[in-house]
Design a protein around this ligand. Structure first.
Ligand code: UD1
Length: 418
């Protein structure tokens, strides 16, 4: 297993090129199931989750052409097996497209995970509202339909993958589907834009109400995936926690306003350009702030762990920071590890109170999930001494060439086998 060794204490300065977004790429790749024609993504991110998704799609009949394009001339299987789903919950994203194209899907139930229970009731109830029959058998969701029918459906929470699954199921449904309380994340809007390029009729994406009018078929397309806003904010966080200055590109305006606002409240200078964003840490300490995670355009839960790392060294002896996690019920796996590095954090239910300390100290810590790993790397960059982060396979699910990018701006990070 790989681990990262981080020699902390260097101020990070320089430019970081941000890879394309995993959370956009995962559902985008699944759109290949909706057409016989090739779909070409010009910048598929090189992260472990993408390899899992490509393997899953191959089993369903999606071929990778020599041009790099994906083509599903015929659905070869409608089964997303447990072995794939257990590695990556986003495998559920094949449910909507399979049902729409083949009239059947068998997807292993994802079950709970390190950050919470994560039910899929929204996906299932929405598909049932469109006329699908759903049975849960042997740990699998078994969905069937003759032809899906347009309907009105209100989600009880704006689920990201739930919204995408329902939109991609509705593209071939008879008549109009109106989805309410939809997720407004940029990745959801991007998938809808890609579907429109393939010939789907969709309006309202980016807002809470999305309307889809069914069509008979979709065509192929070429698509460039947007930059990853979570990797981007992690690099800005590396600048903030080390007292440095980091410029990230490419950058899409308005995809991360809540995060930039929080960096500014912490005393950082943030300058947005047409295609880049630069963060410069304050000359003194970061300021303590209050954060509450929420669906987009609120503060993203995927940024919570990285901000907590930064706040462990904010306003030492000043007012404490507070983070309330409102999206997942159990997303504080990084707290125990940050404490082992000297952080002062108290957790009560879904709230963490962070008293800033003068300095973190290096320790051997263990990553528990993807974003928790990133927070431990940030803490290691600021800590005195050599930090070892174990189980970085979590990190590799969603960060591309992290150590290379950090080292290029002055960090000392080495990957080793342990
Ligand atoms: C996506 C992101 C993940 C991010 C999360 C929240 C992908 C591949 N993953 O995950 O990185 O952390 O959004 O921004 O895009 N819920 C239900 N019933 C459902 C579905 C969800 O109650 O059927 C609840 C969940 O338990 C959770 C909340 O809704 O409390 C948000 O989950 P959701 O938006 O669905 O997250 P994902 O789409 O799985």
């Amino acid at each position: 297993m790989d681990c990262l060794l981080i020699e902390g204490g260097s101020r990070l300065n320089g430019d970081v090129e941000v890879p394309s977004a995993k959370n956009a790429a995962l559902p985008l790749l699944c759109l290949s199931l909706l057409t016989e024609e090739p779909v070409h993504f010009t910048n598929i991110p090189d992260v472990a989750d993408m390899r899992s998704m490509l393997r899953l799609l191959k089993g369903l009949g999606v071929e990778r052409l020599s041009s790099g394009a994906l083509q599903c001339a015929k659905i070869a299987s409608v089964v997303a097996p447990y072995e794939e789903v257990k590695k990556m919950r986003a495998s559920i994203l094949v449910l909507g497209p399979l049902l729409a194209r083949a009239g059947a899907a068998e997807v292993s139930l994802p079950g709970g995970c390190a950050i919470g229970e994560r039910p899929v009731d929204i996906h299932l109830k929405g598909l049932q509202a469109m006329g699908a029959t759903i049975d849960l058998e042997g740990g699998y969701i078994k969905a069937r339909c003759k032809k899906l029918k347009g309907c009105k459906f209100v989600m009880h929470f704006p689920s990201v993958t739930g919204t995408i699954n329902l939109v991609s199921a509705a593209v071939f449904a008879e008549g109009e589907t109106v989805l309410e309380n939809c997720a407004r994340e940029p990745e959801v809007a991007e998938v809808c834009d890609a579907l429109i390029k393939m010939g789907a009729k969709i309006t309202g994406h980016g807002s809470s109400t999305i309307k889809i009018t069914g069509v008979n078929s979709l065509k192929g397309m070429t698509w460039q995936i947007q930059p990853d806003r979570i990797q981007l904010l992690t690099y800005l966080g590396a600048g903030a926690i080390t007292g440095g200055s980091i410029r990230c590109f490419p950058y899409r305006a308005n995809a991360m306003n809540a995060v930039l606002q929080s960096f500014r409240e912490m005393g950082c200078e943030v300058v947005e350009g047409a295609n880049d964003v630069r963060l410069t840490a304050p000359s003194g300490k970061l300021k303590s702030i209050q954060i509450e995670t929420a669906p987009f355009p609120g503060f993203p839960t995927d940024a919570q762990a990285q901000f907590m790392a930064c706040l462990t060294v904010a306003s030492p002896a000043g007012a404490p920071s507070m983070i309330t996690e409102k999206v997942f019920e159990n997303r504080f796996g990084h707290v125990g590890e940050l404490r082992r590095m000297g952080a002062q954090i108290q957790v009560k239910g879904n709230m963490a109170v962070i008293e800033g300390v003068e300095k973190l100290s290096a320790a051997h810590v263990m990553a528990s999930d993807l974003r928790a790993s990133a927070s431990l790397v940030l803490a290691g960059l600021a800590a005195e001494g050599k930090t070892k982060v174990s189980r970085v396979y979590h990190l590799d699910r969603g960060y591309e060439k992290l150590e290379e990018k950090l080292n290029a701006v002055g960090a000392k990070v080495r990957r080793e086998k342990e």
